[in-house]
Design a protein around this ligand. Structure first.
Ligand code: SIN
Ligand code: FE2
Length: 219
C-alpha cells in the first residue's frame, strides 16, 4: 500500500484499490461503487421514515449538514449535548432498522481494511449541500474505541480532512469520490477528521449533494 498525500489533481488512474492514510486507516477507493444504487435506494427508504434535519450543537449552532440515522441507535445533538438515542425525537419512534445492504457493506469494508467481525448498531446519514462542512472533531461518543469507523461517500466529491490525535495536528486533505469508503480504527480511532465546505456540482445519482454514511458500533 502507498501513503497518500494531497496530490489528488488526477484521480482517474486510481479509482479502485486501497491506500493507507496512516497506520490503521485505509481508503478503499470505489469500494461501494458497484452497489451505489442499492445503497441510495436504502437511504431513500430510511429518509421516508426519518427525514433529514439540521440539528443544533450544544453551543447553540445549527449544523450545516442535515442528518438522519438508521439502526438501533442514532447519533444526535441538541442543547443537551452529543449522544446516541434509540428514538428519533422528531417522530417519537425508534430509528428505522438498518437495511441489510448497508449493514453488509459496512462489515465487508471493515474486513477489507483489516477489522474483522464489525457489526454496526448505528448508521449516521449525513447530507451535504454546497457550502456545508463538518469541522474537525473526534468520534468519541461510542463505548468501545476498539471498534472501527466505516465511512461511505456517495454523490458529489468532498475534501476529507484527516488530522492527528491532537486538534492542532496538521490534517491530510484527501479527496473522497462517489463510492469511496474510509475505515479507521486501532491507533487511528480517535484521529480528528472533518469535511471542507462542499463545492457546487451535480451528480447523476444524488443531484446537488453528497451523502455520507458513517457506521459505528456505539453501545
Ligand atoms: C462524520 O465525521 O460524521 C462525517 C464525515 C464525512 O462526511 O465524510
Ligand atoms: Fe466523525
Amino acid at each position: 500500500m502507498q501513503y497518500l498525500f494531497d496530490d489528488f489533481e488526477d484521480d482517474t488512474h486510481r479509482r479502485t484499490g486501497s491506500e493507507a492514510l496512516c497506520a490503521d486507516a485505509v481508503l478503499l477507493r470505489g469500494f461501494a461503487s458497484a452497489e451505489d444504487k442499492a445503497v441510495l435506494d436504502a437511504v431513500k427508504r430510511v429518509v421516508a421514515d426519518a427525514p433529514f434535519r439540521r440539528m443544533t450543537t450544544p453551543g447553540g449552532f445549527r449544523m450545516s449538514v442535515a442528518m438522519t440515522n438508521c439502526g438501533p441507535l442514532g447519533w444526535v445533538t441538541d442543547r443537551r449535548g452529543y449522544r446516541y438515542a434509540a428514538v428519533d425525537s422528531d417522530s417519537g419512534k425508534p430509528w428505522p432498522a438498518m437495511p441489510q445492504v448497508l449493514q453488509s457493506l459496512a462489515g465487508r469494508a471493515a474486513e477489507a481494511a483489516g477489522f474483522a467481525d464489525f457489526v454496526p448498531d448505528a448508521c449516521l446519514i449525513n447530507r451535504y449541500e454546497p457550502g456545508a462542512r463538518m469541522s474537525l472533531h473526534q468520534d468519541k461518543d461510542e463505548q468501545d474505541f476498539g471498534q472501527p469507523i466505516v465511512s461511505v461517500s456517495l454523490g458529489l466529491p468532498a475534501v476529507f480532512l484527516f488530522g492527528g490525535l491532537r486538534r492542532e495536528d496538521k490534517a491530510l486533505r484527501v479527496q473522497l469520490l462517489h463510492g469511496d469508503v474510509v475505515v479507521w480504527g486501532g491507533t487511528a480511532r480517535l484521529r480528528y477528521h472533518g469535511i471542507a465546505p462542499l463545492k457546487n456540482g451535480s451528480h447523476p445519482l444524488t443531484d446537488d449533494c453528497r451523502i455520507n454514511l458513517t457506521f459505528r458500533k456505539a453501545a
